[in-house]
Each structure stands twice: as C-alpha cells, then as structure tokens.
Design a protein around this ligand. Structure first.
Ligand code: NAD
Length: 262
C-alpha cells in the first residue's frame, strides 16, 4: 500500500478454519495482505502449512495449526494457538466445511453422511465460536464470520436430489446460529455475520466444474454467467472483518452473482 493508506486489518489477529483450501485460503491471503496476523487452521496439516508458507513468502505474518473443528479440544487448541502466538483474537472465520459429496467414502450410510455433514459444518462452527467468544470479550470485541451458503436461503432446483441432502440443513443452521449469537454478543461488541456464497470454484465443487456439461449448467444458473472465485468471498469477509462493518451484525451477506435474486 502507498504511504498514508492504512491497511484495513492492521494490528488484528485472525483465526481462519479451513484455511488450507478454497475460500479459507483466499481469505487468509487477503487478510494477511491487509496487515492481519493469521492463524491458519485446517484438518490437513500439510495444507495449513502450505497456506502459511505462501503468506510468509509475500511478507505476511502467519502460523499453522491442524485439527478437526468438530472436536471440542481441537477447536479450543485453534483459538489457543492465536493467544499463544499473538496474545489475542479479534477475528474468526469459520470456513471449514464439507459437502455431501465429499463427506465420507462411497457406500457410507445416509445416517453417517448426515452426522458427518452436521458435525463439521454446524457443530464445528459452533465449537470454534464457543471457544473464541471469551477471548474476543477479553480483547474488548471482535468479528465472527461464518460460511453459510445460498443453500441456507433456497433449495436445490427440481430434480437435483436435495430432499434428503443434509448440506442445506447444516447451512440453514449456520444462518440461524449466526443470528442468535449476534444478538447475544452485540452488547459485548462482538459482531457475528455470515456469508452466503453462490457456487465457488474450489476443491469442494471440483467434481462439478471438471465436467463440461455440469459446469456450463451451473454457470447458467448464476445471472452473472460465471461461478464465484475464492477471492470474491474473501473480499466480502474482509469487509465483515474490518471496522468498516462496525454496525453490521446478524447479517447474511449474499455473494452469489444474482443466483438467489431470481
Ligand atoms: P474446500 O473444500 O476448498 O475447503 C474446505 C477446507 O476445510 C479444506 O481445506 C478441508 O481440509 C477443511 N476441512 C474439512 N473438514 C474439516 C474439519 N473437520 N476440520 C477442519 N478443517 C476441515 O471448500 P470451500 O469451497 O473453500 O468451502 C469453504 C466453506 O464455504 C465451506 O463451509 C463451504 O460449505 C462454504 N461454501 C462453499 C461454496 C462453494 O461453492 N465452494 C458455496 C457456498 C458455501
């Protein structure tokens, strides 16, 4: 940045879950470029370390921590890593998540897939937030950003097999959890918001984007004629994390190229 232009997250400490890939990784990169110190957490240690290495190469500040967001003590350890490394926690981005497609290996039962998707997407968001809140209170405030989805707002189109799909239920849960936590935490100056992305080109959607037919069909469902890029979502997260969003709490920020406007 040029002289006199303040970086938007200067002095802030941000914990990002799922930071080893996709939206979480792009958010870690963007936040670091805006001056935040990053704790990049992922269930894949290798992926988290890769994210950190790239940030450091660009002159940013970051540490890696591995763990499962759906595990109580792992979730605590992620928050503790921020305190140990940087002495406080200002921002949490809950980006760790799985789709039904990649929840469990082929042949897993419907019930096991339901449990797994709910565990990671909903319980994981709850647990890391649960551990982060006291630290944010101690810091005098903070910002929690959850990754919901357009699938928290609408269902799958006819014929897409959404009925027994736990993904939308998990993301609807994330949206309602966001609202209630936001109300509770407002007097404590902790803002809680969620982002509802349309389809974004990441590992999560790779099976759909690799196939030319489904890729074209998906693009067609977004009025802007394209899928989102991880940076589109990272930019929205940056706004919610920054002091520019000082009066924004309990909000679903829709970033979907017009998908849900139809
Ligand atoms: P991704 O698969 O590229 O990245 C998800 C990351 O989360 C991976 O690095 C994975 O290792 C990690 N992860 C998975 N389970 C974990 C666990 N139990 N504990 C810790 N880390 C775990 O996916 P993405 O597209 O970047 O998705 C990020 C978030 O955005 C998810 O919550 C997803 O549901 C949501 N989202 C994605 C899209 C999309 O189209 N890609 C759309 C809307 C919402």
């Amino acid at each position: 940045p040029g002289e006199g232009i303040a970086m938007r997250l200067e002095g802030k400490v941000a914990l990002i879950t799922g930071a080893g890939s996709g939206i979480g990784r792009a958010t870690a990169n963007r936040f670091a470029a805006e001056g935040a110190s990053i704790v990049a957490s992922d269930i894949s240690e290798v992926a988290a370390v890769e994210t950190v290495a790239a940030i450091r190469e660009s002159g940013g500040e970051a540490r890696a921590v591995s763990g499962d967001v759906a595990d109580y003590s792992d979730a605590r350890a992620m928050v503790q890593a921020a305190i140990d490394a940087y002495g406080k926690l200002d921002v949490l981005v809950n980006s760790a998540g799985i789709s039904t497609r990649n929840a469990l290996p082929e042949g897993a039962s419907h019930e096991d897939i339901w449990d797994k998707v709910m565990d990671v997407n909903l319980k994981g968001t709850y647990l890391v937030s649960w551990h982060a809140v006291p630290e944010m209170e101690a810091a005098g405030g903070g910002s929690i950003i959850n990754l919901a989805s357009i699938m928290a707002l609408v269902g799958y189109p006819v014929g897409m097999g959404g009925g027994f799909n736990p993904y939308n239920a998990s993301k609807g849960g994330v949206l309602q959890f966001t609202r209630n936590l936001a109300i509770d935490m407002a007097p404590k100056h902790i803002r809680v918001n969620c982002i509802c992305p349309g389809y974004v080109e990441t590992n999560m959607t790779r099976a759909l984007t690799e196939n030319a037919e489904s890729y074209e069909a998906l693009k067609g469902r977004h009025p802007m004629g394209r899928l989102g890029q991880p940076a589109d979502i990272a930019n929205a997260a940056l706004f919610l994390a920054s002091d520019e969003a000082a009066f924004v709490t309990g909000a679903p920020l829709i970033v979907d190229g017009g998908y849900t406007a139809q």
